[in-house]
Design a protein around this ligand. Structure first.
Ligand SMILES: C[S@@+](CC[C@H](N)C(=O)[O-])C[C@H]1O[C@@H](n2cnc3c(N)ncnc32)[C@H](O)[C@@H]1O
Length: 219
């Protein structure tokens, strides 16, 4: 194609039309994505997809979401582990579990098993999960029950499995739970007294400590 002054005149409107179509299409698809997966204000600081991506889960993995609430992480975990995997969603409150069951049934999700747990017992089978996650739960548990709960989670991990604690930083910029936050050092002590070893820490969450522990393989 030979470019002349006139080419610019004829090509420019065509470029503008193409650009306008691209912009219109991409904003339509962004709107559709937002509708499918609404961006809540928690998502902004929680970065749930990045967190779930850092759990080292594969298709077929078995994972426990301890103190799952109404399933903020449960459904994301379910997607990652797929049909061959399993998410055990444990809670002391029936309300959250019921809402997870209802939502899972509606969406035809079959890899989530809800478990009504006790404050110190998850009711997970020994050595049954590759990983366990506990998000913003430990500070709600009575101080005297915390180590026992973490020991119970450790027992449910397969040897070599990972345990992830996410809990408020002492200086987290959110109003929740100001009076009963647990220092990072204490969270580590809980896990260590359950025989777990701190093996990684993720620093990108502004509001939460994010720690990974490993259950050693006995030789
Ligand atoms: C702030 S919510 C967090 C829910 C969920 N993990 C999330 O990140 O959205 C705390 C939850 O911990 C649950 N919880 C408190 N003590 C617990 C325990 N000992 N075992 C299991 N869940 C517990 C509460 O019922 C509540 O649903």
């Amino acid at each position: 194609m030979k470019f002349t002054k006139n080419t610019l005149r004829t090509v420019r409107p065509a470029h503008i039309a193409i650009l306008a179509t691209i912009i219109a299409l991409s904003s339509l698809s962004m709107a559709a994505a937002r509708k499918k997966y609404p961006m809540s204000s928690r998502d902004k600081w929680q970065q749930p997809d990045r967190v779930v991506g850092d759990l080292g889960l594969k298709e077929g993995s078995k994972v426990a979401d301890v103190g799952c609430g109404s399933g903020y992480f449960t459904f994301r975990l379910s997607k990652i582990v797929g049909e061959k995997g399993k998410v055990f969603a444990t809670e002391i409150s029936e309300k959250g579990l019921k809402s997870i069951d209802t939502k899972a049934k509606k969406a035809n999700i079959t890899n989530i098993q809800t478990i009504k747990s006790d404050p110190k017992k998850t009711k997970l089978a020994p050595c049954s999960v590759d990983a366990a996650i506990i998000v913003n739960v430990l500070h709600h548990v009575k101080k005297d029950d915390r180590v026992e709960l973490v020991k119970d989670i450790a027992a449910a991990l397969k040897p070599g499995g990972s345990f992830f604690i996410l809990d408020w930083r002492m200086k987290a910029g959110v109003k929740h739970d100001l009076n009963h936050r647990v220092p990072r050092k204490t969270l580590i002590e809980y896990a260590e007294s359950a025989g777990l070893k701190l093996d990684a820490e993720f620093l990108y969450l502004e509001n939460q400590v994010f720690l990974r522990f490993n259950k050693p393989v006995k030789k």
